[in-house]
Design a protein. Structure first.
Length: 197
């Protein structure tokens, strides 16, 4: 009977050992503090690499954007310079026939036995050609005869006492004025009526 008790005691010890070794083995299989640190470090390394990659990508985008902005600024400066240089090219092309017409009129006037009537007709046609060119480019004439004086468009040269027109009326236009796209280029030089006391 003693032998039976020993065997059961040994079996119980073996079971305890087996069950005791199972628990620590299971706990060790979960994770040890060293493994946690290693995984945490790997995560930080991955996050750091990701942040570096994003920073490099953003830096490259910044460099490209700066280069594009610089190219855009240079192109706009070039276009602006060309616009200033050649802004009047179309206007000049339209004026050239006027000059040609005037030169032909001078050649005709220099010929012996020149016909004054034909010269006058040529001068009128040249003037009409010039007026058409000016109208094409929105250059309008300010001819304020018999209109009220407007200091924004007219420049008074003198005041003339007149009883037949209301005071501050333009009675003589010494020199016509001009506007370009509605903006005054040259005021009309005028004489203005003054009421007689």
């Amino acid at each position: 009977m003693e032998k039976e008790q020993e065997t059961t005691g040994q079996e119980a010890g073996v079971e305890e050992l087996e069950s005791g070794t199972d628990q620590p083995a299971a706990e060790g299989a979960e994770t040890s503090p060293g493994d946690d640190q290693r995984e945490s470090q790997e995560e930080w390394v991955l996050l750091l690499e990701d942040a570096r990659n994003k920073a490099d990508e953003h830096w490259n985008q910044l460099v490209r954007t700066r280069a594009e902005m610089d190219n855009l600024r240079k192109r706009q400066a070039r276009e602006l310079e060309n616009a200033h240089k050649y802004a009047l090219e179309r206007f000049v092309n339209e004026l050239l026939p006027v000059r040609d017409s005037m030169e032909m009129g001078l050649v005709a006037a220099a010929e012996e036995g020149g016909n004054v009537e034909k010269l006058r007709e040529g001068a009128e046609l040249t003037l009409k050609l010039l007026a058409d060119v000016m109208a094409k480019f929105n250059v309008e004439q300010v001819d304020p005869l018999d209109q009220p004086f407007d200091p924004e468009l007219h420049q008074a040269m003198a005041m003339v006492p007149r009883e037949d027109v209301p005071p501050n009326t333009v009675v003589t236009v010494v020199q016509k004025g001009y506007t370009l796209n509605g903006r005054l280029v040259r005021p009309a030089m005028v004489m203005v009526s003054q009421g007689v006391a």
